[in-house]
Design a protein. Structure first.
Length: 375
């Protein structure tokens, strides 16, 4: 354990962002800062506001990002502007003071704790790659594939990984002939279905549709989040079971114990409020209590999904477990939440890795990967 401040690893925690999951990212950052070992790491906060400006945040300010009276936290524009840059001495974080860079700090590794567009979709990862800065989590391609549900399905089907039936609704085709699309969905999928923004997260913009009369309105609602929409056949009677993956970067990935989301009302699904606002009173059961052979099947498919998408570091894979034990992949999250209500750290805790150790392993995996500039 490091004791000299010169031996500390400098970690840039990046959070916030321009997506509709901005507030969730703030909670995730607070969760990580509450668990990270500050005798090993010197943390430098970068909060990205909803307009895309980067701001410097202290450790205490990040820890203070909590839900207050039902209001989610967000990045304030009153914080100093931040700039992450590379020079001959390596990567540094500085405060942008008019045309001057001040309060420069060296950065060894980045921990991008952001979800959704301009974050989890490979865009921030691309910036870090260009800087030659090592970072926690999946690379550019796997992040982009995991964010776009159409391409997730396409890659998994090519790899022989089972998923629910689906129909893509592109922006132009919906505008040209919505009636034809409604008819095609009814004939190919039947009802009920789930209508989802193709590149959204945290269940924002998702609707459960039980018949053709409400399908068009659900597609229009999803298109407010993303002009490309995915309609998936509902898996009736299935349990929603999740599995955490940890590894890659030269080490064999490992699967955690499974976890299950249990809603208190049958007509609800695990939407944005249920995930992050505790008054919704969902139960997170970890372990999920599956039969051993079914849990192994969930873990096997989660690992296959991780490998097929060429993921690194971490991911949370969501599955459907049918009454007969059949397992289907629902989706993959290449940067899952790290709040106290989040499944990923809770599943690893049940698997014998507590929160601080999980952070240690993720940072160690990041530091072991080659930075692009060195390849």
């Amino acid at each position: 354990m490091a004791s000299d401040t010169a031996d500390l690893i400098n970690v840039a925690v990046i959070f916030g962002g321009q997506s509709n999951e901005h507030e969730v990212s703030c909670l995730t950052a607070a969760g990580v800062l509450g668990a990270i070992d500050q005798t090993r790491y010197r943390v430098h906060g970068i909060g990205i506001d909803k307009s895309g400006l980067w701001h410097r945040y202290s450790v205490d300010e990040i820890r203070a990002l909590q839900i207050v009276d039902g209001v989610m936290p967000s990045i304030g524009a009153d914080h100093p502007l931040a700039e992450l840059f590379r020079d001959a001495g390596g990567v540094h974080l500085a405060t942008l003071d008019e045309d001057r860079l001040t309060a420069r700090e060296p950065i060894d590794v980045a921990f991008p704790l952001m979800h959704g567009a301009y974050a989890e979709d490979g865009t921030v990862q691309g910036k870090l790659e260009m800087l030659g800065l090592k970072y926690v989590g999946c690379g550019v391609t796997s992040s982009a594939l995991g964010m776009d549900k159409e391409y997730t399905h396409t890659v998994l089907e090519a790899a022989g990984v089972p998923t629910a039936a689906w129909v893509r609704v592109g922006r132009d085709e919906w505008m040209r002939d919505p009636d034809a699309i409604v008819a095609r969905i009814g004939s190919q999928l039947g009802y009920p279905v789930f209508v989802k923004p193709a590149r959204g997260g945290s269940s924002v913009g998702i609707s459960r549709v039980t018949g053709p009369d409400s399908l068009a309105a659900a597609i229009d609602a999803a298109r407010l989040v993303d002009p490309k929409v995915l309609v998936e056949q509902a898996v009736v009677g299935a349990r929603e079971v999740e599995c955490g993956i940890l590894g890659g970067d030269g080490t064999a990935p490992r699967a955690s114990h499974t976890g299950e989301i249990v809603m208190h009302t049958e007509d609800r699904f695990y939407d944005y409020r249920a995930k992050y606002l505790p008054e919704e009173q969902v139960d997170l059961r970890v372990p999920a209590g599956l039969e051993p052979q079914v849990e192994r099947r969930v873990q096997e498919l989660a690992l296959q999904c991780f490998t097929a998408l060429d993921c690194e570091g971490l991911a949370r894979v969501d599955t459907f477990v049918l009454p007969d034990g059949q397992v289907l992949i629902n989706e993959i999250n290449t940067m899952p939440g790290f709040t106290k209500f989040s499944m990923y750290p809770n599943m690893w805790r049940a698997s014998g890795i507590d929160y601080p150790e999980l952070i240690d392993q993720l940072i160690a995996l990041a530091l072991s990967r080659p930075a692009t500039v060195l390849r």
